[in-house]
Design a protein around this ligand. Structure first.
Ligand code: ADP
Ligand code: MG
Length: 257
């Protein structure tokens, strides 16, 4: 397997007028092509900071990030970013929102538009293409955001707690849809979440971050049986509960030190 992402010795210090915050310190990890990795850790441990650095939105204070062999110097179409909020434009239709990424990178050809319609179809949204975001449920809006992210055909998908604003049922359905879609398209993904179950159900590997400053605490490789299931079914497997307890203890350790 070849490497899709390398994060090397990354440290981020935020400097404001009042203070300097060491957000993450000496982060080192790599993601293989096609791998699904989750970063978990408590609020404020630097998860969003790391994703912003990998997306090229923040230049790290120290260290380098490489995506598909090239050093990250700024935002690029090689990386797609999906957030907790969908950031759909309320005055644009679903189809026009889904085409947004292609439009701003001036890549919207007739063929690509056809691709977007196909993705909307895959996500069960084709019948809603002429609707406006306010007419859709939260889960549907996140599916539109996923289509918009996939439309530019990024090699790497960064997912920053994309399900945390959704109700539990919708979240479970979307987990399955995302995993099935990314597996079928052989995409590399890095998911940030504070939900241990979600991380186990969706990933090939979990990286646990320690807070203040964010550092890598431990890595867990997800057993094959869980990986080859869709997230909903994975939650039923005996290994799932064993792993949940192990990671839960790891978090417990953080709180009691
Ligand atoms: P997480 O996503 O894990 O909740 P963040 O990456 O958002 O964590 O934040 C990590 C730390 O960096 C926190 O202490 C936060 O207050 C601080 N931080 C994040 N963004 C900024 C910023 N733009 N300026 C100053 N401090 C920041
Ligand atoms: Mg965050």
């Amino acid at each position: 397997m070849d490497t899709a992402v390398t994060v090397k010795d990354v440290t981020q210090v935020y400097v404001t007028e009042e203070r300097a915050t060491l957000a993450v310190e000496q982060i080192d990890f790599a993601i293989q092509r096609g791998e699904f990795v989750s970063l978990i850790g408590p609020s404020g441990c630097g998860k969003t900071t790391l994703l912003s650095i990998i997306a090229g939105l923040i230049r790290p204070t120290v260290g380098t990030v490489t995506v598909a062999g090239g050093i990250v110097n700024g935002p690029s179409t090689r990386v797609g970013y999906m957030l907790q909020q969908d950031y759909l434009f309320p005055w644009r239709t679903i189809e026009d929102n889904a085409c947004m990424g292609l439009e701003i990178t001036e890549a919207l050809t007739k063929e690509k538009k056809q691709g977007v319609l196909h993705l909307l179809d895959e996500m069960g949204l084709l019948g809603f293409k002429d609707y406006y975001p306010a007419q859709l449920s939260g889960g549907m809006r996140q599916r539109v955001a996923l289509v918009r992210t996939l439309a530019t055909e990024p090699e790497l998908l960064l997912l920053d707690e994309p399900f945390s604003a959704l109700d539990y049922q919708t979240k479970l359905q979307l987990e399955d849809l995302v995993v099935e879609t990314l597996r079928a398209k052989k995409k590399t993904a890095l998911l940030v979440t504070h939900d241990i179950s979600e991380a186990i159900a969706m990933s090939d590997r979990i990286i646990v971050l320690d807070p203040n400053p964010g550092r890598i605490r431990k890595e867990f490789i997800i057993p094959q049986e869980i990986r080859s299931s869709v997230p909903f079914a994975a939650r039923e497997l005996p290994d799932f509960h064993v792993l949940f307890r192990l990671i839960w203890q790891e978090f417990g350790g953080v709180h009691h030190e």
